[in-house]
Structures are given as structure tokens and as C-alpha cells.
Design a protein around this ligand. Structure first.
Ligand code: ADP
Length: 365
């Protein structure tokens, strides 16, 4: 054996992660390394001279024939699929076949290099299965929230109507404490209406609902600001912004994020008129947006909690709201494969940050 062949032999034998197989032009096994023995369970003595097609489940033999045909005509054949081991168990193999030609260009056989990637395949199947399950659960939840909020709305409207009638028609009898109780009913009804509306908005912030495209964040911001006209005017808020970039995303949903963050910056203002600044910084893989305010600020102990649904730091009725806004922001930003967080100190204002990747895989959104 020449020294070069010796090293070649060592390499082929040593690579026991890979089956390295030589076939004759008809597809019979001409050489079989240790990797092939390990992966398939056949020893070299058992398999030499046998057709390699015996490694394929009967229903997939045509794929093997196609792999050889492809190698002959295109110079390379590839196959990924189930193979049969000697003991009848199956493994998922991935490999390539290359033709070997003699000096006259005649087909002398094939080389086939293959790996057992059953574990990876199982893992991918499980992931795909989980992803389908999650998508189904999400769809069910969305439907559930829509139905529940629709069904809750009708009795709520009936209660609101009755309270209004009581107030109008029994005003005299209900003076004083009675009127106060009716006001409490009406407040409760209004609050419940808001929670139902927000819950529905949360359920609707789902990936599949809206399309992803290139969006101009300057336009998204203008639209969000025009929706906030009233609170901006009422509070005397001054809102400034840097030039904003174009990103891949859903304009509607990103608008909702800005709307919630700026709406909060106005709502949780301190004694002074709100000063709010929206900016964007380019980083290697994403854009980082921020909304900075000079409001009441937040204790760092609550940074995590406020992104969970229905979590509020002021339950005493000073500020209207249901604690869903930031949960919606988080859901939307994560659908865009970004992150959301904040920096704040009580009495010193808050800055909310979120990122939007420059490249998105699409289906996640
Ligand atoms: P909501 O405003 O309806 O309560 P959010 O989910 O938008 O719900 O916010 C959750 C909580 O986080 C708020 O109740 C408030 O306590 C706090 N918060 C949010 N944004 C700000 C902000 N800009 N400044 C101070 N506190 C804030």
C-alpha cells in the first residue's frame, strides 16, 4: 500500500461519524468503512457485493435510484430520509453520492458519504410539532378571548342601561347615597368595558393576523401621534423625535407599540407638562428605539412585572387603565423578534427601549 493510500485508508476508517461507501456502477457495495458498520449494523463481510438498495425501506427504493441517476447525470446526488438498519430499526440519514469515472470518463462506480442525523430530525420534528401546537393554542385563545369579551359585553351594556334608567327615572328617590351607589355601578361598568376592550386587543396582537413589510417609522409615529391628539392637547405634552428609520415589520402593530408607550408617558406624568422624546439608534443587527419621558418614573423592582398582563403599579384609581398596554407591546415586539425593556427611577422619568431586527425570518411575525 502506498503511503498516500495508507493515510487515505486511516482517514476513511477513522471517520466513524460518517458512513463512507464505494459502490460499483450498478449500486453494489464495493467498500464499507467502520462508520457504515456502526450506523447500519452490517459488517463489511455481510454487505460487500450486496445492493445498497437493501438499506432503503421498500417504499423509498425509488429515491435511491433517483439519487444514483442524479449523480450520473448532474455529477452529484443527494438524499435525506429513512434508512433501514440490519436489526430492522430505522434511522434518518443524510448523504451525497458522487460518480467515480475512469481515465476514459466511463462510470467506474459511486462514492456515498452519509451521516445518521436521527436525533436532529427528531428534535426538528418535535420543534415543528410544538410550533404547530403553540399556533393552535394561540388561535384558540384568541377565539376564546373574542367570544368571552363579546359575550361579556352584552350583559354589561344591559347593566349600564339599567343604571342610566335608574338615575334618570328615580332621581328624586335616589338622591344622596342612592345616586352615589349608581355612580359606583357606572364606574365599575366603564372599567369592565375597558378591561374587555384591552383584553380583546391583547388577544388580537397575534403574529399571523397582519402582514410584514418595509415600514417608515416616521409615518408610523405620525399616525400614533394623531391618535393621541386629545391627551397631548389636554396635558400640553411636547413630543420631539429623531429622524426614524424604515424597518421590516407590521405598521399597525408597531404603531400600537408607540401609541401605548407615548400614551403612558403622557398618562404617568409628574407635575410638569410632559416632555417626550422618541429616538432610534442603529446597531449591528437591529434598530433600537426609545421613548423617553419626564414623568413619575418607576422603581426598578417593578421593571419585569409591568410587562405582564393586568399588572399595574397604581390601583387607587389615580390613573385610568387596565394594565394590558405594556403586555401588548411586549407581545408585538417579541413577534417581531425584538426585545423590550426600560430604564427608570422614581421621580426622574422613564425611558422605554425596544428593538426591531434588521433581518427577520418572516414566519415568526
Ligand atoms: P396601564 O397603563 O393600563 O396601567 P400598562 O401595561 O401600559 O397598563 O402599564 C403597566 C404599569 O406600568 C402602569 O400601571 C404604570 O404603573 C406603569 N407605567 C407604564 N408606563 C409608565 C411610564 N411611562 N411612567 C411611569 N409608570 C409607567
Amino acid at each position: 500500500m502506498e503511503i498516500r493510500d495508507f493515510y487515505y485508508h486511516l482517514m476513511v476508517e477513522g471517520a466513524d461519524e460518517f458512513a463512507i461507501i464505494m459502490l460499483d456502477p450498478e449500486g453494489r457495495v464495493a467498500s464499507w468503512n467502520r462508520g457504515a458498520e456502526r450506523i447500519t449494523g452490517y459488517t463489511r463481510e455481510e454487505i460487500l457485493g450486496q445492493f445498497i438498495s437493501r438499506l432503503f425501506p421498500p417504499e423509498d427504493v425509488w429515491q435511491h435510484e433517483q439519487e444514483l441517476r442524479q449523480a450520473r447525470t448532474e455529477g452529484r446526488g443527494a438524499h435525506e430520509g429513512w434508512y433501514l438498519r440490519k436489526d430492522g430499526r430505522r434511522f434518518w440519514g443524510s448523504g451525497v453520492v458522487t460518480p467515480i469515472r475512469d481515465t476514459d470518463g466511463r462510470l467506474a462506480g459511486f462514492s456515498k458519504i452519509m451521516r445518521d442525523i436521527t436525533d436532529r430530525k427528531r428534535f426538528e420534528d418535535q420543534l415543528a410539532h410544538k410550533a404547530r401546537e403553540l399556533a393552535n393554542i394561540n388561535a384558540e385563545l384568541e377565539q376564546f378571548a373574542a367570544v368571552v369579551s363579546h359575550d361579556l359585553r352584552s350583559p354589561l351594556l344591559a347593566i349600564a342601561g339599567c343604571a342610566q334608567l335608574l338615575r334618570e327615572q328615580f332621581a328624586e328617590q335616589l338622591a344622596g347615597e342612592g345616586a352615589e351607589l349608581i355612580s359606583m355601578i357606572q364606574d365599575g361598568v366603564n372599567r369592565m368595558g375597558l378591561i374587555i376592550k384591552d383584553l380583546l386587543a391583547f388577544a388580537r396582537a397575534t403574529p399571523a393576523r397582519d402582514r410584514v413589510e418595509e415600514v417608515d417609522m416616521n409615518e408610523v409615529l405620525s399616525k400614533a401621534l394623531s391618535d393621541l391628539n386629545e391627551p397631548v392637547a389636554e396635558s400640553g405634552a411636547v413630543i420631539t423625535h429623531d429622524p426614524l428609520p424604515r424597518v421590516m415589520g407590521n405598521a399597525n402593530q408597531l404603531g400600537q407599540v408607540l401609541n401605548n408607550l407615548i400614551g403612558n408617558a403622557i398618562k404617568y406624568r409628574s407635575g410638569e407638562p410632559p416632555r417626550i422624546h422618541v429616538s432610534a439608534g442603529e446597531r449591528e443587527r437591529d434598530w433600537e428605539f426609545s421613548v423617553r419621558d419626564n414623568g413619575i418614573g418607576i422603581d426598578p423592582a417593578h421593571f419585569e412585572r409591568i410587562f405582564a398582563i393586568f399588572q399595574r403599579l397604581h390601583e387607587d384609581g389615580r390613573y385610568a387603565g387596565s394594565g394590558v398596554g405594556l403586555a401588548i407591546c411586549k407581545k408585538i415586539v417579541e413577534h417581531h423578534q425584538g426585545r423590550i425593556w426600560l430604564d427608570s427611577q422614581p421621580g426622574r422619568g422613564s425611558t422605554f427601549f425596544f428593538t426591531v431586527p434588521k433581518q427577520t425570518d418572516g414566519p415568526g411575525i
